[in-house]
Design a binder for this molecule. Structure first.
Ligand SMILES: [Zn+2]
Length: 81
């Protein structure tokens, strides 16, 4: 799992380096962004650069959406308790 994630990031960095892909920087913000998104905040308002990157980079978007799903599930779990 961790290796797979690393490989995806490495692929993205090597393929899109010239077009301004900054997967590593974006990735560091995912956890914070996912929590904000689940809380109903528009991530374009808080971190527009990362949000734009997510729009353009399918690998990061996949990782990010998986994280949102996890955060949302945890949140619903807490509400149900
Ligand atoms: Zn990316």
């Amino acid at each position: 799992m961790a290796l797979d994630r690393f490989r995806k990031l490495a692929d993205c960095l090597s393929e899109k380096h010239d077009s301004g892909c900054d997967c590593e920087a974006a990735y560091k913000q995912f956890e914070c962004l996912a929590e904000q998104a689940v809380a109903g905040v528009d991530i374009h308002d808080i971190l527009p650069r990362v949000a734009m990157h997510l729009d353009q980079c399918s690998d990061c978007r996949e990782e990010y959406e998986a994280l949102v799903a996890i955060v949302r599930a945890e949140r619903e779990h807490h509400i149900n308790e």
